[in-house]
Design a protein around this ligand. Sequence first.
Ligand code: PGA
Length: 250
Amino acid sequence: MPLARPIVFGNWKMHGLRADALALAGDLARRSARLSATLGVFPPATVLAEVARRVADTAILVGGQDCHDEPEGPYTGCISAPMLKDAGARAVILGHSERRHGFGESDELVCRKARAAIDAGLLVVLCIGETEEEWLAGRRFEVLARQLDGSLPANAGADSLVIAYEPVWAIGTGRIPELEDIRETHAWLRHQLSHRLADGAGTGLLYGGSVKAANAAEIMAQPEVDGVLVGGASLDAEEFWRIYTAGGGA
Ligand code: PGA
């Protein structure tokens, strides 16, 4: 079943010791006994199981921030997709720019991870986006096409995949593209997905990068923007909830 719109996901990144993570999850849980749309949090792996238990009575979705491309094996320090699932995750973020650029992850590796995650029954939140240099050089669509070519797994469908367009230069910087640019990119991405996937028209398409309560409504009002992937602003329950309601979620 397609996810209810708007889809608002919070990527906690490497933030959250147990007390903070559980307080944040508890605050969101209190607001979310029933949800009209889709709200998800992606806590660090160390607290994922506890956060999943804390929100178990709600419709809040919990996911991991990365996974290995093998289900198990001699890979010290790594976490597999079935392990995330076992800990209570329903989704996983893959191909985030902090992994692509910070850890040198290739499209091919992201694709293998995505395939493994879908095989394990997880929803993949596949991140793509151009760097500032690529943006300034007018190479946005070329880069996005390459990332889609290389990292979209063949087993993906609208039930197992959400795409997050995150311009690298907008992540954590307080800068966002002009609304017109977001509109143009998302229209282009929708067209691409419709050609590349059997149900590309129904695949969730998120914008990410410096989303906050103050700009969430106008971003989510753009055509083909099904929701947002939020980093920093998702660490504050009130701010994150305001983003969710700004998109029409209740
Ligand atoms: P930000 O991060 O909202 O802090 O810019 C977004 C992301 O990295 O997903």
